[in-house]
Write a protein that binds this ligand. Structure first.
Ligand code: DAH
Length: 355
C-alpha cells in the first residue's frame, strides 16, 4: 500500500484528537514524510518538478483534507456525547426540597433596594424597549450628539402604525425622565434594570444590568452626592474603610459630571474593595443638567438634583469575586449552586445585606 493510502487509513481510524494530531505530525510535521517529499522538489530539474510538484502537493492536500474531516467528525462526536450525558430531564417531578437559589444579580438588586430604602429612595422602573427621545434626546443628547455613537445601540425595527424610533435602552438613565414626569419633585429614586449594547467579551455582554439613582429637591449640592455614594458603598461592601475619589468627567445629562473611584487593597493575594492602595472606577455621576430637568417638565430654577449610574453585574463581581460576566447569563445550574444565595436569606440592613 502506498504511504498516502496508509496515512489516510490511519487518519480515518484515529479515535481521539491526540492520536489524530500524532498522524498530522508524522505526515505534515517537520520530519513528516510529506514534508520530506516537498523538500525533494528543490533538487529536481524543472521538467521533473513540473510533473512531481502537482503530485506531491496533491498528496499534501489529501492528507490535510482528511485531517480536517476527521477532526470535525471527532468534535461532533464529542458534542453529541456531552449532549447525551449532560442531560436535564424537565419532565421529572419536582424534588421535595427546594433546589433553586437566588441569582447574584437579583441578590445585589435586593441589597441596593434595601440600602437606598433606608435613605428614603423608592424603586422606579421604565420599559426596556424605549423611545429614542427618552433614551437620548431628553437626556441632552440631540440627534447629532456624538455620545449617541458611544452606546452601540440596538435599534428596533420600525413597525406600521407606530410613530418614532425605538431602541433597546442603552442605560437606565431614561428612567430619570419617566420618574420626574410621573412623580414630580421632590424625588428620590433608584432604577435597577436590564440594559442592552452591542458588545461581547469576558467583561461585556449584549444585555447587562445597571442601577440609576436620582435625587431632585431644592438646594441639592455635590456634597449630598458624595455623602450618599460613600454611605452607600460602605453599606454595600460592608466595610468602614471605604475611600472614594471624584474625578471630573463628562456626561451629557449632568453638569458638572464626575466619575467615582473606590479604593482597593490586596488581601490574601486578592484585590478587594476597601483601603486605598489603588483606585478603580465604579460609578458615573453628577448634578442633573438643567436641560434634563426642563425636558421632564420641571422648572430648573426651582429644582436641582444629582444622579448616578453604575453596573449591577460589575458590583456583584467585585463583591462576590466572579471574574467572567458571560457565566452570569449561561443558566448553568452548577454556577448558580456555587454563586447563588438562599431564597430564604433576604438581605436586611440589620442582619448585614450580604446575607
Ligand atoms: N448612563 C451612564 C452610562 O450608561 C451612566 C451614568 C453616568 C448615569 C452619570 C448617571 C450619571 O445618572 O449621572 O454610561
Amino acid at each position: 500500500m502506498s504511504e498516502l493510502a496508509t496515512t489516510l487509513q490511519r487518519i480515518a481510524a484515529a479515535s481521539d484528537l491526540a492520536s489524530l494530531d500524532a498522524e498530522r505530525v508524522s505526515a505534515l510535521g517537520k520530519n513528516g514524510w510529506v514534508t520530506a517529499l516537498l523538500k525533494t522538489l528543490g533538487k529536481m530539474s524543472p521538467e521533473e518538478r513540473q510533473t512531481q510538484g502537482p503530485a506531491i502537493q496533491g498528496q499534501r492536500a489529501d492528507v490535510a483534507a482528511a485531517i480536517d474531516a476527521r477532526k470535525a467528525a471527532l468534535e461532533t462526536a464529542e458534542l453529541d456525547r456531552k449532549l447525551a450525558t449532560e442531560r436535564l430531564d424537565l419532565s421529572l417531578p419536582a424534588a421535595e426540597q427546594p433546589q433553586g437559589s437566588v441569582h447574584p444579580v437579583s441578590q445585589v438588586m435586593d441589597e441596593l433596594a434595601e440600602i437606598f430604602a433606608d435613605f428614603g429612595f423608592a424603586v422606579a422602573e421604565g420599559p426596556e424597549i424605549e423611545s429614542d427621545w427618552y433614551n437620548f434626546t431628553a437626556l441632552n443628547m440631540p440627534e447629532t450628539h456624538p455620545a449617541r455613537a458611544m452606546h452601540d445601540t440596538f435599534y428596533v425595527e420600525p413597525r406600521e402604525g407606530v410613530e418614532g424610533t425605538f431602541v433597546l435602552r442603552t442605560h437606565t438613565s431614561p428612567v430619570q425622565i419617566r420618574a420626574m414626569q410621573k412623580h414630580g419633585a421632590p424625588l428620590r429614586v433608584i432604577a435597577p434594570g436590564r440594559v442592552y449594547r452591542s458588545d461581547s467579551d469576558a467583561t461585556h455582554t449584549p444585555m447587562f444590568h445597571q442601577v440609576e439613582g436620582l435625587v431632585i429637591d431644592r438646594n441639592i449640592t455635590m456634597g449630598h452626592l458624595k455623602w450618599t455614594l460613600e454611605t452607600f458603598l460602605k453599606a454595600f461592601f460592608e466595610r468602614d474603610d471605604i475611600a472614594i475619589r471624584l474625578r471630573p468627567s463628562y456626561f451629557p445629562f449632568t453638569e458638572p459630571s464626575a466619575e467615582v473611584d473606590v479604593g482597593w487593597s490586596m488581601e490574601n493575594g486578592r484585590r478587594v474593595v476597601g483601603g486605598s492602595e489603588g483606585w478603580m472606577e465604579v460609578l458615573g455621576s453628577g448634578m442633573v443638567h438643567p436641560r434634563v430637568i426642563a425636558a421632564a417638565g420641571l422648572d430648573p430654577d426651582e429644582w436641582q438634583g444629582f444622579a448616578f449610574g453604575t453596573g449591577i453585574d460589575r458590583l456583584a463581581m467585585l463583591k462576590y469575586g466572579m471574574n467572567d460576566l458571560r457565566q452570569f447569563f449561561d443558566g448553568d445550574l452548577r454556577w448558580l449552586k456555587h454563586y447563588g444565595f438562599s431564597a430564604l436569606a433576604v438581605p436586611t440592613l440589620s442582619a448585614g445585606v450580604g446575607a
